[in-house]
Design a binder for this molecule. Sequence first.
Ligand SMILES: [Zn+2]
Length: 130
Amino acid sequence: MRWLIAVWRWFVGWLVWLLREPVLELPEAPREEPRVPPAPQYEVVHVTEDPDEVLPGILYAVGENGHLWHVALVCPCGCGATIALNTLPDDSPRWTLLEEPEGPSLKPSVWRTTGCRSHFVLRTGRVRWC
Ligand SMILES: [Zn+2]
């Protein structure tokens, strides 16, 4: 008789296992969105006038006859704002554009005081967030 009870217990245990509540699948924790999108690699385009449309990834060096007046670029944060930076030595603040084979560098860092308030450094064409 004991074997029957053992089989019965096994059977009931199996039934309980079969009819158990399905394990609740917890939804995956929402991934933390990166604060800023990956910034594009910038390359320099020399122009004599401000471009009608400033394209992402292009650093416009605006000047003439070897004189650089200012540079213009789209804010790398994705806000779409155009950033114009003075490069004339007599004005302040003033940025220095360094053109290297790997890409352009700007000194000092760029810190927007309005809008998105992005703060970044452009080194050899790449944006490094501050
Ligand atoms: Zn921005």
